[in-house]
Structures are given as C-alpha cells and as structure tokens.
Design a protein around this ligand. Structure first.
Ligand SMILES: CC(C)(COP(=O)(O)OP(=O)(O)OC[C@H]1O[C@@H](n2cnc3c(N)ncnc32)[C@H](O)[C@@H]1OP(=O)(O)O)[C@@H](O)C(=O)NCCC(=O)NCCS
Length: 143
C-alpha cells in the first residue's frame, strides 16, 4: 500500500465492509475485480481489475496489486496484457487509464512495458495523510 493513497484496512470489520462494497459494485457493473493466481495453484497472489468504469466515455481505470513475495517476476505485466485485451474486446473500451504515484517506478515500468503512454503529471492534486501528493496518469488507446 506504500504508493496507494488509501489507509490499509485496520481490522476484519473494515475488510468485510470493503468486500461488501466491491461485491455491490460488481453487481451494478461499476467495477470488475479479478484474482491473480499462478497457473498451477488457486491461491490468490494479487488482484487486478477495472475500478472506475465510465461507459459513456468507453473508458475505464485499471488497477493492480501483488503480494510482495511475488513481485518482480513479470506477473503483473502478463496480467495487464490480458485485462487490456478483455477491455478492448469484450468491454469495447476505447481507452484505459492508470493513475500512479510518480515514485512508484515498478508500476510506471510495467505500464510502459504494456504500451501505456505517460500523459500527465498533476502536481499536489490530492490530499492524503496530511500532505498534498502528485498523480501521474498513463493511458492506452484502442488502435
Ligand atoms: C507495481 C507492481 C504491480 C508491479 O508488478 P510486478 O509483477 O512486480 O511487475 P513486473 O515484474 O512485471 O515488472 C516490474 C518492472 O519494474 C522494474 N522495477 C521494479 N522496481 C524498480 C525500481 N525500484 N526501479 C526501477 N525499476 C524497477 C523491474 O525491473 C521490472 O522491469 P523490467 O522487466 O524491465 O526489468 C507490484 O510491484 C505491486 O503490486 N506493488 C504494490 C502495489 C502497487 O503499487 N500497485 C500499483 C498501484 S498504481
């Protein structure tokens, strides 16, 4: 959660509430949340999904996270490529955006490896944990 401007869940009640909200938004087609697993093991090692779907703009925001022990092995790059294909085909998206912390070098690198282009750097546009923080936006168009 180092580069994600949301507090981690503090207890089981907060986790339950988080899961309830996700379930509700999946039911109303507001988001999609997939588990990432290794091919020969059903244990969830991360998540990836479209967390803000804007059907009127044929656009959605992608997000992803992996347990620390599985990072740096190319898994999220593989997952993003699949999820982008799904977005452009099944969901008929025209564009996909990703919002990242400028210091999240691994996330920037993964997006660049998947053909996303850096489109903007907003200075101190969010207030989190007592500080104003920057946001970098990447996007990929369906060409
Ligand atoms: C960011 C994250 C999703 C990347 O997933 P991953 O599966 O580890 O990524 P990959 O292994 O496919 O690729 C990581 C790339 O970043 C590079 N990288 C990682 N840390 C780096 C650093 N500190 N400086 C420079 N490059 C770095 C790796 O070398 C690799 O690039 P390469 O293939 O050219 O060598 C993962 O680390 C993660 O879940 N982090 C915590 C949650 C998070 O930050 N989510 C994203 C929020 S926007």
């Amino acid at each position: 959660m180092q580069y994600i401007p949301k507090p981690p869940a503090a207890n089981l009640e907060e986790i339950s509430e988080h899961l309830r909200i996700i379930e509700e938004k999946i039911s109303s087609n507001e988001l999609i949340n997939w588990a990432i697993t290794l091919k020969d093991d059903s244990k969830m090692i991360g998540t990836i999904g479209y967390y803000h779907i804007k059907p009127e703009h044929y656009r959605a925001e992608i997000g992803y996270m992996l347990l620390p022990g599985y990072q740096g092995k190319g898994y999220v790059t593989e997952a993003i490529n699949l999820v982008v294909d799904y977005g452009f085909s099944a969901m008929e998206l025209h564009s996909i955006e990703a919002l990242i912390d400028p210091e999240n070098i691994a996330s920037a690198r993964v997006l660049e490896k998947c053909g996303f282009i850096k489109e903007g750097h907003f200075k101190e546009n969010e207030f989190y944990d007592g500080k104003f923080i920057d946001t970098v936006i990447y996007s990929k168009l369906n060409r």
